[in-house]
Design a protein around this ligand. Structure first.
Ligand SMILES: O=P(O)(O)OC[C@H]1O[C@](O)(CO)[C@@H](O)[C@@H]1O
Length: 281
């Protein structure tokens, strides 16, 4: 079994532990910026939308490289599995961020999720465990989500493995999950994927829908969208699983597509486990 497949299977246990250990990362009413790169940025997007929807206060997500200089927040929260990504470290040098990381050597205000660390370049378990921690930090009970993740490990992927192309959609916090699912298929399987807020789908992305392609929604469906997709001949995928568990299915699809294409999901093209950049001149 590949490292990434093992890590995918380890998610339910890690989510349960994260939920049991979670503490607030900010007080209700405080303004919060959540930052990360790649996968970690998409988890930041999901948490920002969840925190605002839960009424905990103004919460923005940024790719760490795009944090607006001079913008003041009561709290900055960074997500970084490696704790070595240059853009995140640059930001940590200028903000007193709380950092969710698997790196025990990172100093400062850290939430150490080393039990979710991974051998893989492609992130699965660490990312969702960080999000599980943050969801639980808002007071959410993740018992059902973890049970759904167990179910997600056994869902039959069927013909999805042979799809030509997948477009992932989400609404609110699941937009981040849609971007992450698309990234998994790109990273692990070098596959063409796209991702959008669901209501944007009719504003252009539907143009590529056709038989043999898939439109995959995380969370509740906007009225009529499944019918619009069906009319194109594309396959519609949604689920009653917790959306984070539905992401587990997409992770499994990425591994299965990689294998089908003769690729090793543990050796993604052109990627490194963490991006460490030379200093800017
Ligand atoms: O969470 P970290 O360690 O800062 O790293 C983010 C990196 O992880 C990855 O998932 C590695 O493929 C990329 O999205 C990104 O370069």
């Amino acid at each position: 079994m590949s490292h990434v497949a093992e890590e995918i299977a380890g998610q339910p246990a890690c989510w349960r532990r994260a939920a049991a250990e979670a503490r607030p990362v900010a007080e209700p009413g405080e303004s919060v910026a959540v930052v990360g790169c790649g996968t970690s940025w998409f988890m930041a997007m999901a948490f920002a939308a969840l925190r605002e929807a839960a009424g905990h206060g103004h919460t923005d997500a940024f790719a760490a490289s795009e944090f607006p200089a001079g913008r003041d927040y009561d709290q900055v929260v960074a997500i970084t599995r490696s704790g070595t990504t240059t853009e995140v470290l640059d930001l940590l040098a200028t903000t007193g961020a709380t950092v969710l990381t698997a790196n025990p050597d990172l100093t400062g205000n850290t939430v150490l999720l080393d039990y979710a660390d991974e051998e893989s370049v492609v992130q699965t378990r660490f990312a969702t465990t960080a999000l599980a921690y943050l969801r639980a930090s808002l007071g959410e009970d993740l018992t059902a989500a973890a049970a759904d993740a167990e179910r997600a490990l056994t869902v039959d992927l069927g013909d999805l493995v042979a799809a030509d192309q997948v477009t992932f959609l989400g609404r609110g916090w699941t937009v981040g999950l849609a971007h992450e699912a698309a990234l998994k298929l790109r990273e692990a399987a070098s596959a063409w994927t796209e991702s959008y807020p669901a209501m944007e789908y009719r504003h252009g992305p539907i143009s590529v829908a056709e038989p043999g392609r898939v439109t995959w929604l995380f969370g509740p469906a906007p009225a009529g969208l499944a019918d619009d997709v069906a009319a194109t001949g594309a396959t519609w995928v949604d689920s009653d699983l917790d959306p984070m568990a539905h992401l587990v299915v997409a992770q499994r699809l990425a591994v299965a597509v990689a294998r089908r294409r003769g690729l090793d999901p543990d050796r993604p093209r052109h990627l490194t486990r963490s991006v460490v950049l030379p200093p800017c001149r």
